[in-house]
Design a protein around this ligand. Structure first.
Ligand code: ZN
Length: 87
């Protein structure tokens, strides 16, 4: 008897060619397909930190449930986690 682990199948990674909306550098990024099946409606929004695709910029990528990249959103301001000392 063949026992297929559907839970495991759901967590398969899918490759996306994601490009930086600011400078156009692109890279293949693996995203778990599970995120698309969990999403009931609309696009999946993925925050791509600097260093993943582009070393200088971070952005948000919108991918629909079919796995089609719908758009990118540039991030205008990143709030620092460290408090800077005033001199
Ligand atoms: Zn960039």
């Amino acid at each position: 008897m063949l026992n297929i682990n559907y839970k495991k199948l759901e967590s398969i990674m899918r490759e996306f060619n994601i490009s930086c909306p600011t400078c156009g550098i692109d890279k293949i990024v693996k995203i778990p397909t599970e995120i698309f099946s969990k999403k009931e409606s609309g696009c999946v929004k993925i925050h791509v930190p600097a260093g993943i695709v582009c070393s200088d910029h971070q952005f948000v990528v919108f991918i629909d449930q079919k796995g089609i990249i719908r758009g990118y959103e540039k991030i205008d301001l990143i709030l620092a986690t460290k408090t800077t000392e005033l001199k």
